[in-house]
Design a protein around this ligand. Structure first.
Ligand SMILES: C[S@@+](CC[C@H](N)C(=O)[O-])C[C@H]1O[C@@H](n2cnc3c(N)ncnc32)[C@H](O)[C@@H]1O
Length: 256
């Protein structure tokens, strides 16, 4: 698939050693601090929001190590799941093909504990063949990734080098009546997204604050209408006793 490494310096951070293990723990490890598993909670909330309807094709963009793709495969006949990070996709494919992945997570200092995730434990063995994992760029999607009933972008938009390119493509990739579900904590950082491409989180030329929700609405209004908006918390475990606690906003948009 297309590679735009020169344009995505921030995305390279996801290849850092330890992040694959951290995301395997985030997606497949035990729940921490009483907060529900984030990909599972997102998929459940999205499926409730969109109601009955097309269950043919789903795209999970920025799928990382694959948990939301697996959960969507319980609902859709086919799921395409792409991520810029080769390391994340390799872990997802290992789980899909070999049926399990062993990894270690830090507990304290240099100490670690072993984990194992398996499709059997997820009750997902028959679902694996419904998913196509691949590396790819959300801002330059291959032409064959189209005709979707649902596109899910979990905590992706504030990690893109030009989120407007991704959003503009959605009207062409989603079927009329289909859905776009976006979660994000709106943590804009120049190391991922040059400031001129932030969707919000800045003041305009006359000093008025521009929120990311306003930026999303402006980018999508021509082809989508906002149907649901809600907070979804998540926990990323750093060590046995240190966690990041974040609140993402989920917005669900329907294609006109
Ligand atoms: C904050 S993580 C979220 C991962 C996952 N969706 C979740 O909710 O746990 C952002 C993901 O976006 C991916 N990413 C960053 N830039 C990308 C791009 N241009 N195209 C596709 N994926 C990208 C990263 O590799 C990473 O997996």
């Amino acid at each position: 698939m297309t590679s735009s490494a020169a344009q995505t310096p921030g995305a390279a951070l996801y290849e850092t050693s330890g992040l694959v293990e951290q995301y395997l723990e985030f997606h497949y490890g035990p729940e921490a601090l009483g907060v529900r598993n984030f990909p599972v909670a997102c998929v459940e909330t999205v499926m409730t929001a969109i109601g009955p309807g097309g269950r043919d094709r789903c795209l999970d963009v920025g799928c990382a190590v694959g948990r939301s793709a697996i959960e969507f495969a319980r609902q859709f006949s086919h799921v395409d799941a792409i991520d810029y990070s080769a390391g994340f996709i390799a872990a997802a494919v290992q789980l899909q093909v070999e049926g399990s992945v062993d990894f270690r997570v830090p507990t304290e200092g240099a100490l670690t504990v072993e984990r194992r995730v398996s499709l059997a434990d997820l009750d997902a063995t028959p679902l694996a063949s419904r998913i196509t994992f691949a590396t790819g760029d959300a801002c330059d999607l291959p032409a064959d990734l189209t005709d979707y009933d649902l596109v899910f972008a979990g905590n992706l938009i504030d990690r893109l080098y030009e989120p407007q390119l991704f959003l503009a493509a959605m009207a062409e990739r989603i079927r009329p009546g289909g859905w776009l579900a976006i979660t994000s904590p709106y943590t804009w950082l120049e190391e991922y997204t040059p400031r001129q491409h932030w969707l919000g989180g800045y003041t305009d030329a006359v000093g008025n604050p521009v929120t990311t929700l306003a930026g999303l609405t402006a980018a999508l209004a021509g082809s989508f209408s906002l149907q649901q908006r809600q907070d979804v918390p998540f926990i990323i475990r750093e060590t046995a006793r240190k966690h990041q606690h974040t609140m993402a906003e989920l917005t669900v948009w329907q294609r006109h």
